[in-house]
Ligand binder design. Sequence first.
Ligand code: NAD
Length: 498
Amino acid sequence: MQQIGHWIDGATVAGNGRTADVYNPATGEVQAQVALADKDVLDRAVEIAAAAQPAWAATNPQRRARVLMRFVGLLNRDMDKLAEALSREHGKTLPDAAGDVQRGLEVVEYCIGAPELLKGDFTDSAGPGIDIYSMRQPLGVTAGITPFNFPAMIPMWMFAPALACGNAFILKPSERDPSVPMMLAELLEEAGLPKGILQVVNGDKAAVDAILDHDGIASVGFVGSTPIAAYIYERAAANGKRAQCFGGAKNHMIVMPDADMDQAADALIGAGYGAAGERCMAISVAVPVGEETADRLIEKLVPRIEALKVGPYTAGDDVDFGPVVTAAAKENILRLVQSGIDEGAELVVDGRDFGLQGYEDGFFVGPHLFDRVTKDMEIYRKEIFGPVLSCVRAATYEEALALAMDHEYGNGTAIFTRDGDAARDFAKRVNVGMVGVNVPIPVPLAYHTFGGWKKSMFGDLNQHGPDAFRFYTRTKTVTARWPSGIKEGGEFSIPVME
Ligand code: NAD
């Protein structure tokens, strides 16, 4: 059985205690065991990081960026290997896994601009003989806790800007798919990153709590489910840490009567069922406006859903989406489907009996479509995180907008329409962080920022883009009178610039 340890001080370190099983979701087999760190392992990683970080911070930003440049080259070189390892533990298809690496790689590319992005501000002659300048300095040792669903992209969202800014970073990846994060750490070493600057501490709640309580860690980034995001935000803040915690989602897609219905249906298929619905930007609620729109949409959706190919990533192009990540995830999805039936939603496509010869023990869930879902149902209120699309019929545009507005989550949303006025009104008024206009999954590119609103995000600065450079640095502002100084004598009233 393969054993996955930690990456500490530039080397693989075996675990010394508890482990968790890592599955191949397609076959249901345990393919590895990952070490679960205790406080001692974390303490050691922080000690090493704290010792290494000052020299990294003192390395000029251009040289730091060159390490990231080489890292991009290595990611491209090993793309197929990374995608295969990712699919094997996560279950997503190979092209989707390569996309996971690619979206992280693009954040690394953005961070190569660190010399430009870290430039401070300068005001010449702000007062008599006085200049004011501000600089961005690294925080020190930073940490990130990441979810299973993007084991390449989300770690890179965090560690690329953290490293570019001169911090050391401790990554606590999901224990469900830890191999790719370990491979990323090795590639950074090959790219020339000094030892101890990026370390991977595998683990579960014990490792997370050790991070949250460690005085030597200045900031915590988190992406995962909302209850854990809230917990981490609270405990990190109570311990005086900077925190950026991203939670779950329930993304609505409004379909106006004038939308191109084929386009809308195709968009819903990809956004609803891609990656088996295990994306925080998946569309899980379709909101057609008007009964006729709803009927037309359902009519277009059903044959498309019935044609979806579900299977293992090893089947290559023959697969649209793979299994879900664990048996527990599958059980939870099927329980929620049953609650939808019990609460009176209309199950138009039933994927409960889906089975695949030769993969009977895999965690496959067939695609489901519910129609006539209402606001009070559990399948509407909760994040299902599986291949289940719910259709909530709205009588008017205002009713559709109110649905997206009133939901507790606010990660992403979309509107499909040919009417510029409706699209503009929606984009302006909806209280959701990322909005698509005829784009179902509006994940911003690396040079913009990514972040939801409401219960999808706790904190104030988004992932990647300029926000990441703010999150991973603190500003120091210097007011200097030089060289004349205060030779005229002391000043006893508060300085004002005349
Ligand atoms: P999760 O919350 O179960 O786990 C995320 C991380 O938290 C993992 O590293 C895990 O080890 C750790 N963790 C789990 N339980 C913990 C506990 N009790 N105390 C401390 N740490 C704990 O999430 P997941 O199942 O890995 O990922 C799926 C969730 O992530 C979904 O809700 C999805 O919407 C969300 N997500 C959000 C975004 C976003 O940007 N908003 C992006 C991706 C995923």
